[in-house]
Design a binder for this molecule. Structure first.
Ligand SMILES: Cc1cc2nc3c(=O)[nH]c(=O)nc-3n(C[C@H](O)[C@H](O)[C@H](O)COP(=O)(O)OP(=O)(O)OC[C@H]3O[C@@H](n4cnc5c(N)ncnc54)[C@H](O)[C@@H]3O)c2cc1C
Length: 452
């Protein structure tokens, strides 16, 4: 078989590249071993945010007792599971997505693909000879830590958790990053007794310490037993579930274990050595146009190139589409890469944390304001925890990092992402007009605090 372009892996990144290049008239083959659409719509962003939507509704229902009378809440997981099965994933069936891709002009091959040098891809018995471009978009899979006995336990990763048809009575979550935190709060608010184990000093260890501390307090109110600096080292199943032992010698028993210790790319499975990329690398190394160094005609995008988020996969895809079509495009930069943990409150962040900025040699000035002390936060009352933290490069007078925690922390983050991306001087941000009483007015207060 011959093709102008082969896209290996059809998650959000690969699907976008393949569809747009096919629409542009190129002969594109999209290769996917599981479901066209990838992790995001079937097992990650979309179903988990449906769970978040449901748990937010529960939390707001309880807040009626403070704000608007009396509520009695009867939790039921069935509508959540049904919505994920019927609305989000079509019962984990990609027929519609495959038809959409074909009607855009693409050719679809279901199978486990492998690179065969910079001009070929092998899928089963088929060798595809590529004339113009190969785009590697094979994503990541859960990183499973070396925990004694885990192999013998029927544990969940994100996939098991989003396919849950009922809420376990108790759950141990191994890993307190964004995914672990989202699942911890969701299952706790649906009535599970949740223990969250994190080996590092804080949950959400890559975010600002203030965000970790705040989430820690909120989780305590939710009844989540957060155990920081406790890594799971052993696991055993018994009659009533699983017992997990930590490196501090404590044990936790639960009906179910959920492993959420990050993701890893499997470069050996993709055959990157045939394009000169060491299969032991964490990600495929790329330049700012996502071109694989030393392999002309090969691009890598999304999680396999270290993207980590759906918006990064799609951002990468746009650059690669332009590059392959010979259209000028600015390259990617990590300066204003946003990230949101969809807990309640949401933890949004962009650019560098204070520590990262200091470690990279920036002369830093920070400003912070509490959402609860803004007019809107005060009016909001219950559920108003949050803050804005700004990290300024003092010499240049521009922001290099920002964190927005609050009821709509991820939405408020948008203006901070713009400020960092466009390097808007903080003086200009101070003179901007902030609508009253919005949550984003807390940004104005944090800017005022920068001077102190
Ligand atoms: C629980 C959870 C929640 C998340 N929530 C969010 C969120 O709210 N917002 C956000 O931005 N991100 C979120 N993410 C991250 C997001 O899911 C990923 O960043 C995104 O899916 C990456 O897209 P991708 O196209 O790079 O890879 P993927 O979505 O992983 O797709 C890669 C595809 O390649 C296929 N493939 C792999 N190897 C081969 C092969 N050899 N041959 C053929 N096909 C192959 C796979 O089957 C897969 O379909 C979440 C992740 C998890 C786990």
């Amino acid at each position: 078989m011959n093709a102008d372009v082969v896209v290996l892996g059809m998650g959000p990144g690969g699907e976008h590249v393949a569809t747009e290049l096919a629409k542009a008239g190129l002969d594109v083959v999209g290769v996917e071993k599981e479901l066209l659409g990838g992790e995001c719509p079937y097992w990650a962003c979309v179903p988990t945010k449906m769970m978040v939507r449901a748990t937010d509704a529960l939390a707001e229902g309880e807040r009626i007792n403070v704000l608007a009378g009396r509520s009695t809440i009867e939790r039921n997981w069935d509508p959540v599971a049904r919505r994920i099965r019927e609305e989000a994933t079509d019962n984990w069936d990609d027929t519609v997505a495959v038809e959409r891709f074909k009607s855009a002009g693409g050719r679809f091959v279901r199978g486990d693909g492998r690179l065969d040098g910079p001009r070929g891809v092998i899928v089963g018995d088929e060798h595809i000879e590529v004339s113009k471009a190969i785009v590697v978009a094979t994503g990541t899979r859960p990183r499973i830590p070396d925990i004694k006995g885990l192999d013998g336990v029927d544990y969940w990763t994100n996939r098991g958790a989003v396919q849950a048809t009922s809420v376990p009575a108790s759950l141990v979550i191994v890993g307190g990053g964004a995914v672990g935190c989202e699942f911890a709060q969701m299952f706790a608010r649906f009535g599970a007794r949740v223990t969250l184990l994190e080996g590092q000093a804080h949950i959400l260890p890559s975010e600002e310490t203030e965000a970790c501390n705040l989430l820690h307090d909120v989780f305590a109110e939710d009844g989540v037993d957060v155990r920081a600096e406790q890594a799971a080292v052993a696991c055993a199943s018994g009659a009533d579930g699983v017992t997990v032992t930590t490196d501090k010698g404590s044990t936790v028993a639960a009906e179910r274990v959920l492993v959420a210790t990050g993701r890893r790319a499997d470069l050996a499975a993709v055959g990157t050595s045939t394009i000169g990329v060491d299969e032991k690398e964490r990600w495929i190394p790329v330049d700012d146009h996502l071109r694989v160094q030393g392999a002309p005609g090969v691009w890598a995008i999304g999680d396999v190139a270290g993207g980590g988020f759906t918006h990064m996969a799609v951002h990468h895809a746009r650059i690669v589409i332009a590059d392959i079509l010979g259209r000028p495009t600015p390259g990617t930069s990590d300066r204003a890469k946003p990230r949101v943990t969809f807990t309640d409150p949401e933890v949004g962040a962009v650019g560098l944390t204070e520590r990262q900025a200091r470690e990279s040699g920036v002369d830093v000035r920070t400003g912070i304001s509490k959402v609860s002390e803004s007019a809107r936060g005060w009016i909001h009352k219950v559920g108003n925890q949050g803050f804005i933290k700004l990290v300024e490069d003092r010499a240049r007078g521009v922001l290099v990092g920002a964190t927005s925690v609050g009821p709509v922390g991820g939405e408020v983050l948008s203006m901070l992402t713009l400020a960092i991306e466009a390097e808007v001087p903080c003086d200009d941000l101070r003179h901007m007009i902030y609508a009253y009483p919005t949550f984003h007015r807390a940004v104005e207060a944090a800017l005022a605090d920068l001077g102190n």
